[in-house]
Design a protein around this ligand. Structure first.
Ligand SMILES: Cc1cc2nc3c(=O)[nH]c(=O)nc-3n(C[C@H](O)[C@H](O)[C@H](O)COP(=O)(O)OP(=O)(O)OC[C@H]3O[C@@H](n4cnc5c(N)ncnc54)[C@H](O)[C@@H]3O)c2cc1C
Length: 379
């Protein structure tokens, strides 16, 4: 593995770093407090090309790939994890899915507009009754001539009320994983309504909503992959998405460490800066270690995905380690700040709330362990 980043990767990281500092960070706390969708940062991200990193050049993106996306996501999440998840879902779960599984016609129709940011993408797999057990979903798509008629509901859909295009998973066959198909669905289509918006603990300016389908007509040509093979589409797509969530966790960890180092230098107790106490130094040292280890796991998983080599195990390892570490770092960052860390005036309070989701979505901590154990036992 090459530890030196190529010039174009350094350039995208630096571009994302400036964007995160200048555009995402300034309003992050206020958007979080108001639960306000990050419209302006998303618009600016599009302008900078951060919405088309996984879209090949022939379809209007930069095609820089997963490692490039990771470098950008780490920087963005360091400033605002709500912008981070919006970009992660758009790139990894929507555009990349159409690129990997869509027909030429679908790619030509959607990818250029997703890459330019004219369209925002989302991913609709979960339902109130099916989360970890996604193969038990009940939203139905029934063939009727050259269309499918979709009826049912989806839950927890990130950006669902702002997205223009969804990757929708619906039941087209019998029970279980083998009866699921994937479709590209547009929000504007008749029969699709946005439901309840979830009030959340963290990533509060990312919006999370329910979707309701009442005899919504979807062209049969909007099928992704083969009929009844949608579960394969879902899992392959989530392998990429999980690397994105690992980046979210890493960005939060880096923000926690920066804030903690700053505070440890400034805050004085017993006539010393608290950074002089070994108890505080050990927290900082352990944060740094976890950051570097998570980064290596992320780079490995992203590089394998870019090389089109198997990476399901490595993506699960990256997500598991980074998300658990983000929660550990956020807890310790609050501790380093004492009472100040418990108050919204200091950003670690937000990092603590934002870190929590990284162990839940795109496969919980427990599900990542199931994935890893399956690989071990299969071998
Ligand atoms: C803010 C937010 C945004 C989200 N965005 C999206 C989105 O954009 N698109 C989308 O499709 N979904 C989205 N989700 C849904 C998310 O992926 C699910 O919440 C997640 O997969 C867990 O499913 P669940 O909530 O139903 O929990 P459950 O599956 O009910 O799990 C409950 C508990 O049981 C454990 N558990 C379940 N099965 C097992 C098992 N086999 N072994 C051990 N433990 C197990 C889980 O780990 C967990 O601790 C989002 C969720 C949230 C909260």
């Amino acid at each position: 593995m090459d530890f030196d980043l190529r010039e174009e990767l350094v350039a995208i990281r630096d571009l994302a770093r400036d964007f995160a500092r200048d555009v995402c960070a300034p309003g992050a706390a206020e958007r979080d407090r108001k639960e306000e969708f990050p419209t302006e940062p998303v618009r600016k991200a599009a302008e900078l090309g951060l919405m088309g990193l996984l879209v090949p050049e022939e379809y209007g993106g930069s095609g820089l790939g997963n490692l490039a996306l990771c470098l950008a996501l780490i920087e963005v999440n360091k400033a605002d994890a709500s912008v981070g998840v919006t970009l992660s879902v758009h790139n990894s779960l929507c555009s990349s899915c159409i690129n990997s599984w869509g027909s030429e016609e679908l790619k030509r129709k959607y990818l250029p507009r997703l890459a330019s940011g004219e369209l925002l993408g989302a991913y609709a797999l979960s339902e109130t009754g099916s989360g970890s057990d996604a193969g038990s979903l009940t939203c139905k798509a029934v063939r009727d001539g050259d269309h499918y008629v979709v009826t049912g509901s989806k839950a927890w859909i990130t950006s669902g009320d702002h997205a223009d295009v969804y990757i929708l998973f619906a039941r087209t066959g019998g029970e279980g994983n083998k009866g699921v198909s994937a479709f590209v669905v547009e929000r504007a289509w008749k029969g699709l309504t946005v439901g309840k918006k979830e009030p959340k603990l963290g990533i509060r300016s990312s919006s999370t909503v329910q979707l309701h389908f009442d005899k919504c007509k979807v062209p049969a040509s909007n099928l992704l992959g083969e009929l009844n093979q949608g579960f394969k589409v879902a899992l392959h797509t989530l392998d990429g998405g999980r690397i994105g969530i690992a980046c979210q966790a890493l960005g939060i960890m880096e923000a926690c460490l920066d804030a903690s180092v700053r505070y440890a230098r400034e805050r004085k107790q017993f006539d010393k800066s608290i950074g002089e106490f070994q108890a505080i130094q050990w927290k900082l040292a352990e944060m740094k270690l976890r950051i570097d280890a998570a980064r290596l796991l992320i780079y490995r998983a992203a590089s394998l995905r870019d090389a089109k080599k198997p990476h399901g195990l490595e993506a699960a390892e990256a997500k598991l380690f980074a998300s658990q570490s983000a929660n550990w770092c956020a807890k310790e960052a609050v501790q380093v700040h004492g009472g100040a860390g418990y108050c919204a005036d200091f950003p670690v309070e937000r990092y603590f709330r934002d870190a929590r989701i990284t162990e839940i979505y795109e496969g919980t901590t427990e599900i990542q362990k199931v994935v890893i154990a399956r690989h071990l036992l299969r071998e």
